[in-house]
Design a protein around this ligand. Structure first.
Ligand code: F6R
Length: 593
């Protein structure tokens, strides 16, 4: 996830763009840059680092111009450094491009363009867009035609902004599966990834749809179809958001926004990782021993990894908390071992220590990481990125389900299981469907708001889901919860169950459903308030409260069943007056052991 903005009009153009970028910082903050057009020239200033530092370092506010584009980056292709920061330029330096999304066919395009003499400077997928437009300009007399022709070559997702030195009257934008909205001001026109970027200047917006491009001029805007070039009639809407509401996309908390971003995060993760995952899948077969490590939520992903790799590939990985790994494996690792380190931040001290021990012992390390360029990525032999975008809420939500998506993709790819991959591609849609249970979850939160101890139970692939549900609840509502296998309940924990204790069962209608239901009955017989998450609707009174889930491939249910549990933790935290985005005693990156 990155953020883009463009402005053409009166006033201090660069200052307007920089202040817009600050409002988009939640979308990315590893690098930033601007391209400011002034008549027939454009000047680019960009680098890796935080906005304020870069603005000072490059004296950005001294730039004068009549139009420009800007970008905040959250690296996907190429590590965060000055060269990979956007805007990216063509060979002539006349076309500057900012981009949010992933150009899936950038390898092919780059090879074709290099064969035609284009020289690439960065490792980004974005740079191909600048060179492609330059190439198309050789065939088309006007810039708009070249721009549209280039857009038609692109596969993947993009919100693009382009400034062209030889066209001082216009800015160009396009949208395909990445957000982009236009702002209609009194003194100029805007385009941005999100409304807050220009909200201090105008509340009048034009919503762009996938497959459209826009041309902005000082006093006018026009939206057209990429495919046909036909003008698309659009309405101007007036938004009533405050700036603070708008930054969170209208959601009261980042955590809620990030829960709702999961379909997009998983789709982006699959788009970004599926192509390259084959080489990593081979690593699983080439080692005698596979050990999955992580902490907290990432440890739960590792547990899911064990189930899916075992069920799909028949291999038997070991799972360890990274903090315990060193006490168990010092002196016993060798080059026949593959350690799969799972870490959103790539900076968790315990996980880094595990990676270092593995490397010292001659083992290979494959990391699954969200933050490009983080320490884990630098220490590992291979990296698979989740493309979930920055996660601001301390509680991991979209990065968790994206990690699960990578693990499932890895297992299905290694087994060449096309049906599995197809089912995986349907997961974003299943999550979208599941997000509709929010009201039902809110009802449940009202019923259990005064409870002080919760159990989450399941069997098989959803035991990690139960553990993750309990962790989310503890973390943001400060209410004690335990997540465990349903079979374990009667071996001790059942003694704690009393009248009204919530016992939440995660039980998709698979071969383990009936067994889990028996455990629900055991709990119910001891007075528990039982809750069932299932796509089995036949046993109407099996539990005191049911949340209906969509039918789907049972192996992939953990990604979808995590969603109501995240929502429940959120709803309870809000009812108990906690701040879900900043739970007490916790930090987003735990860089101490
Ligand atoms: C829980 C949570 C933590 C992290 C853990 C590991 O919501 O966010 O449990 O999962 O601190 O962090 P990463 O994945 O960055 O290594």
């Amino acid at each position: 996830m990155c953020g883009i903005i463009g402005y053409i009009g009166a006033g201090d153009v660069c200052r307007i763009i920089v202040s817009g970028l600050k409002r988009l910082e939640y979308r990315g903050y590893d690098s930033m840059g601007v391209a400011i057009g002034n008549g027939g020239t454009i000047e680019v200033r960009k680098g890796a680092g935080r906005i304020d530092d870069l603005v000072n370092r490059f004296h950005m506010l001294d730039l004068k111009g009549d139009r420009g584009v800007g970008h905040v980056r959250w690296a996907t292709h190429g590590s965060p450094n000055d060269t990979n920061a956007h805007p990216q330029l063509d060979c002539t330096g006349k076309i500057a491009v900012v981009h949010n999304g992933i150009i899936e066919n950038f390898d092919e395009l780059k090879r074709m363009l290099e064969a035609r003499g284009h020289v690439f400077r960065s490792q980004t997928d974005t740079e191909v867009v600048a060179h492609l437009i330059e190439e198309e300009l050789k065939k088309h007399a006007d810039f708009e035609a070249a721009f549209r022709s280039a857009l038609r070559e692109l596969r993947g997702s993009f919100a693009l902004g382009v400034v062209y030195a030889d066209d001082a009257e216009s800015l160009y934008f396009a949208r395909m599966e990445s957000p982009l909205v236009l702002g209609v001001g009194d003194h100029g026109m805007f385009a941005a990834s999100d409304v807050p970027a220009f909200l201090e200047h105008t509340r009048r917006v034009v919503l762009m749809d996938d497959g459209e491009y826009a041309i902005l001029r000082r006093n006018s805007w026009e939206v057209k179809e990429i495919e046909s070039g036909r003008t698309v009639p659009k309405e101007v809407h007036e938004v009533s958001w405050t700036l603070e509401m708008a930054e969170k996309g209208g959601y009261p908390h980042f955590m809620l926004k990030e829960i709702y971003e999961q379909p997009e995060a998983i789709a982006a993760t699959l788009a970004g990782s599926l192509k390259r995952i084959g080489e990593f899948a081979d690593m699983l077969y080439n080692h005698d021993k596979v050990i999955l490590v992580g902490m907290g939520t990432s440890f739960h992903s590792a547990l899911f990894g064990k189930y899916i790799l075992q069920r799909v590939l028949g291999i038997t990985p070991i799972v360890e908390e990274a903090s315990e790994f060193r006490y168990l494996y010092d002196g016993v690792l060798d080059d026949d071992t593959l350690v799969v380190a799972i870490t959103q931040s790539g900076e968790t001290a315990d996980t880094l220590a595990a990676i270092k021990l593995a490397k010292r012992s001659g083992s290979k390390v494959l990391s699954i990481v969200n933050v490009v360029g983080s320490m884990a990525t630098r220490l590992s032999d291979g990296v698979i990125y989740t493309h979930a975008g920055p996660e601001i809420g301390v509680a991991a939500t979209k990065t968790y389900t994206s990690q699960l998506a990578v693990l499932a993709a890895l297992a299905f790819t290694a087994n060449d299981d096309r049906d599995g991959i197809n089912d995986l591609r349907k997961v974003p849609e299943k999550i979208r469907e599941t997000l509709n249970v929010r009201d039902r979850v809110a009802e449940l939160a009202d019923v259990v708001r005064d409870k002080r101890g919760f159990f989450y139970i399941s069997r098989g692939v959803n035991v990690p889901t139960a553990m993750e549900g309990a962790l989310k609840l503890k973390e943001i509502s400060y209410v004690y919860a335990e997540g465990l296998s349903a079979g374990e309940l009667k071996h001790g924990p059942l003694a704690v169950v009393e009248e009204g204790t919530p016992v939440i069962a995660i039980a998709p209608a698979d071969d383990l459903y009936k067994k889990t239901l028996m455990n629900v009955e055991e709990a119910k017989a001891r007075g528990a308030f039982t809750v069932l998450l299932s796509d089995e609707h036949g046993d109407g009174d099996a539990a005191d409260f049911q949340i209906d889930m969509p039918e789907m491939n049972p192996l992939l249910t953990p990604m979808v069943y995590a969603v109501p549990l995240q929502l429940l933790a959120y709803e309870l935290a809000v009812r108990l007056g906690r701040d879900p985005d900043k739970p007490r005693n916790l930090a987003k990156s735990v860089t101490v052991e």
